[in-house]
Design a protein around this ligand. Structure first.
Ligand code: PGA
Length: 251
């Protein structure tokens, strides 16, 4: 039996204003399938409170796309873990490649963000993944290993029940190009083995590792049927209720 939680997480990035988010929830609530899969949606900060209220009665958790590494302070434009929690948010995405690439978030900063989130009793979806040139140069395994080690390998064993990993090859994000199920499985297995080596079988076998990067209704099933892929982190295809639901049904 696979003891791991299956998860589909929607990352809305900088899409959907309040009216659009409302419309989505209205439709989702009509059509949401009965499933054991854990469903997460990460809207923009401005929609968090409303989204939390709108989905209160439904098996959907609203999560955040980012958090600051300090608990409070003079950091114009930033949002703290306590602020997120005060509007009902208990989970945050950290390490997304767009944050790394466009906002200069490096391993040291990401490690600090993870620590802060955990200290505030939040769960973390931590993203890792290589760029195309790294895959071409065959350095992708090393790169992913480094990303894992630098942010997560000095955690306590007990912290790991607060962590979900997402392997997102950067070359597959928003490009329409997906890792093949075999490429994704190969990396997920590699990640799990690294966790076995550092933290042991028990933790490695309970951690959910999501795949992200152009997950669509037509490729979701072949990805999710791989033994080490425990669901998906979905960008573009999560913005439409029908495709989001088709992906949920593919788990
Ligand atoms: P995508 O985004 O599904 O649009 O490729 C995935 C992500 O960035 O999490």
């Amino acid at each position: 039996m696979n003891p791991r939680k299956k998860i589909i997480a929607a990352n809305w990035k900088m899409f959907k204003d309040l009216a659009e988010a409302n419309e989505f929830f209205k439709l989702l609530i009509e059509k949401i399938p009965n499933t054991k899969t854990q469903l997460l949606i990460a809207p923009s900060f401005t929609n968090l409170w409303h989204a939390f209220e709108a989905t209160r009665e439904f098996p959907v958790e609203i999560i955040a796309q980012n958090v600051h590494q300090e608990n409070q302070g003079a950091f114009t434009g930033e949002i703290s873990a306590a602020m997120l929690k005060s509007v009902g948010i208990k989970t945050v995405i950290i390490g997304h490649s767009e944050r790394r690439e466009y906002f200069g978030e490096d391993d040291t900063l990401l490690k600090a963000k993870v620590k802060t989130a955990l200290k505030n009793d939040m769960k973390v979806i931590f993203c890792i993944g290589e760029k195309l040139e790294q895959r071409k140069a065959n350095t992708h395994f090393n790169l992913v290993k480094n990303q894992l080690q630098s942010a997560l390998f000095d955690l306590e064993k007990s912290d790991w029940n607060q962590i979900v990993l997402a392997y997102e090859p950067v070359w597959a994000i928003g490009t329409g190009e997906t890792a093949s199920p075999e490429q994704a499985q190969e990396m997920h297995l590699f990640i799990r083995k690294e966790i076995v080596a550092k933290f042991g079988e028990e933790i490695a076998n309970q951690i959910s590792i999501l795949y992200g990067g152009s997950v669509k209704p037509n490729n979701a099933k072949s990805l999710f049927s791989q033994p080490d892929i425990d669901g998906g982190l979905v960008g573009g295809a999560s913005l439409e209720v029908d495709s989001f639901i088709d992906i949920i049904k593919a788990v």
